[in-house]
Write a protein that binds this ligand. Structure first.
Ligand code: 1CP
Length: 344
């Protein structure tokens, strides 16, 4: 691997500077992505390995990030499990027949991932070939709770109250569904690793909607199963947005890194997570709308607060579609200009 900063930071080895990538780095803020978006539907882009490969490489070539992340979506898993998933322009995901009761579980299965998701593994093989060891490739999946949110609510939501009500009023059915998602996800991620993914990130975007006790029973016990199945094969990053209260428990899963958002200080996150895990984050994505000199100053403050070791520079959530490309580049370049704990 020519640029192995990410792998080194994950295993706690010394680095000359922290690695940097951005969640959702392949996407709507890039004009080159928008061009492909005019011609092909969302799932067509995911399902065509050549397109997924081209989109995955865009931020590596245009922005110069230290890692590629597979272009796909967490919702290909509910799709493979038998639910119809649409992506509605400017509205987001829509599942016309969500899971509401035990009888709906008959429409959901644990699929053969090679039968339903082979296009993902083909894309990974192609990306690895095109990357030619320039930077590592991150594969990913949604955490079971975050996938249940969409499978039950049927669309995006600020509160996912219907998904919560499902878990609180029909816990037996909810846990049955969470276990089916977990089993599918383990097989899916193992196949991503076999196809060539160097690192795996589990996105629990809605983990922070749950109380600490519910986070353990509804989310973390399933994430733990996923990390346990993968951790001896590949480094795993767990990003449970907003679930800072459980950083200690997440560190104990054996994940090599934990993602954090901008609502916690680096110092507080480090004291909760302990010294044995790498931290990833936590720049407020909306702050990339600031003037470039402000971005530079704030990124330097973030780097100083995290320190140079066991740290991966990233945003605290996905990049927004309205971020100017030169602002995204300023974020990445500021990290790349940081050496031995100081700006150059
Ligand atoms: O072009 C478009 O309009 C589609 C927008 C889009 C994109 C670019 C969607 C629909 N998904 C993606 C790609 C995507 N999704 C990646 C690609 C790799 C990368 O560059 O990072 C990844 C990792 C995801 C993961 C994902 N999808 C998450 C977890 C991360 C997060 O941001 O919280 C979630 C929650 C989704 C669901 C989803 N898919 C798409 C949208 C707009 C959403 C969010 C909907 C919501 O707000 O509820």
């Amino acid at each position: 691997m020519k640029n192995d900063l990410l792998l080194k930071a994950l295993s706690g080895k010394p680095v000359e500077r922290p690695p940097v990538w951005m969640m959702r780095q392949a996407g709507r803020y890039l004009p080159q992505y928008m061009k492909l978006r005019e011609k092909y539907g969302f799932f067509e882009r995911c399902q065509t390995p050549e397109l997924a490969c081209e989109i995955t490489l865009q931020p590596v070539d245009i922005i110069g990030v230290d890692a590629a992340i597979l272009f796909s979506d967490i919702l290909v898993v509910p799709q493979a499990m038998g639910l119809e998933v649409q992506l509605i322009e400017s509205k987001g995901p829509f599942l016309p027949n969500p899971v509401k009761t035990a009888s709906d579980l008959h429409r959901v299965c644990i699929p053969d991932v090679h039968e339903k998701l082979q296009y993902v593994f083909d894309a990974i093989q192609l990306i690895k070939k095109e990357l030619n060891s320039r930077v590592p490739l991150i594969g990913f999946a949604g955490a079971p709770w975050t996938l249940l949110c969409y499978m039950v609510q049927g669309k995006g939501s600020k509160t996912f109250d219907e998904a919560k009500a499902f878990c609180y009023t029909q816990p037996r059915v909810a846990h049955q569904l969470l276990q089916m998602i977990t089993d599918t996800t383990i097989a899916y991620l193992e196949a991503q690793v076999e196809a060539g993914a160097d690192v795996i990130q589990v996105f629990d975007s809605w983990g922070g909607l749950l109380s600490p006790a519910d986070f353990e029973t509804i989310s973390l016990q399933y994430i733990r199963q996923i990390v346990t199945a993968l951790k001896d094969k590949v480094p795993v990053i767990v990003f449970a947005k907003g679930a800072w209260h459980s950083l200690d428990a997440m560190a104990e899963t054996g994940a090599q890194a934990l993602g954090i958002d901008w609502c916690i200080t680096p110092q507080m996150a480090r004291s909760l997570a302990g010294d044995k895990v790498t931290l990833q984050g936590n720049f407020d994505p909306a702050k990339l709308l600031s003037p470039i000199p402000v971005i530079k100053k704030e990124v330097e403050a973030m780097l100083a607060a995290f320190g140079g070791e066991r740290y991966i520079a990233n945003l605290g959530h996905g990049i927004l579609p309205n971020i100017p490309v030169d602002h995204a580049r300023a974020f990445v370049d500021t990290v790349k200009g940081w050496s031995n704990g100081r700006a150059q």
